[in-house]
Design a protein around this ligand. Structure first.
Ligand code: 5GP
Ligand code: ZN
Length: 136
């Protein structure tokens, strides 16, 4: 289903123009309007899903092959030195547009970007307790 008030539904379905680098029956990939680096691309499903946990399995299972295809096109065309795949779920995780999207961010030597987190520390007991909370 498409969502009427969702900008990425409109972009994915071609109702709002965007610089498309790839399209098939399920996905459209477009250049991000606020690029971290040259070639920063977003893969958008044509069906609305708020986030990863909402993404239908038929889309989820095609996503990584599509990312490989687009990533390869980007590597060949942009001659980047590496690539970050980033995917934010929920406001607290940095998601600003509530339609699932996978960022493909080409990286270049000395591009001055910083994508990451502060490295933490936990005791053995803390790790064990955290693991238990996940697996039950
Ligand atoms: P998020 O923070 O939700 O993971 O990423 C949203 C991304 O969408 C941002 O990188 C932002 O620059 C990009 N963006 C927001 N609005 C538009 C738009 O209208 N068109 C395009 N192409 N990108 C957008
Ligand atoms: Zn949407």
């Amino acid at each position: 289903m498409k969502k009427d008030d969702c900008i990425f539904c409109k972009i994915a379905n071609g109702e709002i123009p965007a610089r498309t680098v790839y399209e098939d029956d399920k996905f459209r990939a477009v250049l991000d309007l606020g690029p971290a680096t040259d070639g920063h691309t977003l893969i958008l499903p044509k069906e609305h899903a708020d986030n990863l946990f909402d993404l239908p399995e038929e889309y989820a299972k095609e996503l990584i092959p599509v990312a490989q295809k687009i990533g390869s096109m980007m590597k060949a065309g942009l001659k980047c030195d590496g690539m970050n795949l980033v995917q934010n779920n929920g406001q607290v995780a940095g998601q600003t547009v509530m339609h699932f999207h996978l960022h493909l961010i080409p990286r270049y030597e000395n591009d001055g970007q910083r994508i990451g987190w502060k490295v933490g520390e936990r005791t053995d007991e803390e790790f064990d307790a955290i693991r238990k909370r996940i697996v039950g």
